[in-house]
Design a binder for this molecule. Structure first.
Ligand code: URA
Length: 284
């Protein structure tokens, strides 16, 4: 049987909602906006199949899904006490927020500092329960000094809203704090130069859940985990006791909107951890 898409799920929800008419928690407008550019063909096909009433969407218990992977060692190794802009990783691991933000702003530890306009440290709440971990700043983020403010950022905000969170409630940061030129992926030496900053951010926020957006932040946190984002998305991982859900990067979803259905399934698993559930609005 073909895998269910977001539209299958919406159809299911609409059917369930017609029967039950209760528990309305999210605006369909938000979801429509998030899924606006799903291919028309798929939408049309799905509209023909509004009859069956399958069970409601439910995310399986988190710990049952935790996945363990064994794999080759990381390609890049950084000596544990290597100096980063006058501070060792050990010193960075003891910094408070002000010290950490200042260290990042002054960092010249890799070549990315040469071409940056701004360092891009964070957005959202430092006491968030949910953290979104991206790859690295693009041109808009470099210009504004804030993560995820360009097109991919707009989609990320819609994803966050569809999960019934506001952008201000969650914490957002990246593996690297300076823009890789021409939006290329950060090189291993660049992510390693930023590693201690990102790990300290995660440690200070202490979120309950991290959503990793794409392969770069996934392999940054789990260098020994084998497999790409297509294989690993939707599977819970554990990072020092924090639940981690890998899903597609919003920039990938902009390039391949068909993948949004899978991303939405991943995000619904995260919502379930926070007792949130998508229920479509009552129809007039
Ligand atoms: N992509 C990312 O991974 N991070 C950003 O901040 C913006 C785009």
């Amino acid at each position: 049987m073909a895998e269910k898409t977001f539209y299958d799920e919406i159809v299911e929800c609409l059917n369930i909602q017609r029967k039950q008419l209760s528990g309305v928690t999210i605006s369909e407008e938000v979801l429509k906006e998030f899924f606006r550019d799903m291919p028309r063909q798929q939408t049309a096909r799905r509209q023909e199949t509004v009859q069956p009433i399958p069970p409601a969407i439910s995310a399986p218990a988190v710990h049952q899904q935790t996945t363990q992977y064994q794999t080759p060692p990381p390609a890049v190794h950084i000596p544990p006490q290597q100096e980063i802009c006058g501070a060792s990783p050990d010193e960075i691991s003891r910094m408070n927020w002000d010290e950490l933000a200042a260290a990042v702003a002054a960092c010249r530890n890799c070549q990315l500092c040469e071409s940056r306009l701004n360092t891009v440290f964070e957005d959202g709440s430092r006491t968030a329960r949910l953290l979104f971990f991206g790859e690295g700043p693009g041109a808009d983020e470099d210009a504004q000094g804030v993560p995820f403010v360009g097109r991919a950022g707009e989609l990320l905000t819609k994803m966050i809203n569809a999960m019934q969170f506001s952008r201000e409630e969650v914490y957002i940061c990246n593996t690297v704090k300076c823009r890789p030129p021409n939006n290329r992926n950060p090189e291993p030496a660049e992510t390693e130069a930023c590693r201690a900053y990102a790990l300290r951010q995660i440690e200070l926020v202490k979120p309950e859940v991290i959503v990793v957006l794409g392969a770069v932040p996934l392999h940054f946190l789990f260098p020994r985990v084998y497999g790409g984002i297509k294989k690993l998305r939707g599977n819970w991982l554990d990072y020092n006791g924090i639940k981690v859900m890998p899903t597609y990067h919003p920039a990938y979803l902009l390039r391949d909107p068909k993948a949004k259905g899978e991303a939405w399934k991943d995000l619904q698993q995260v919502m379930a951890v926070f007792g949130k559930k998508h229920t479509p609005e009552k129809r007039a």
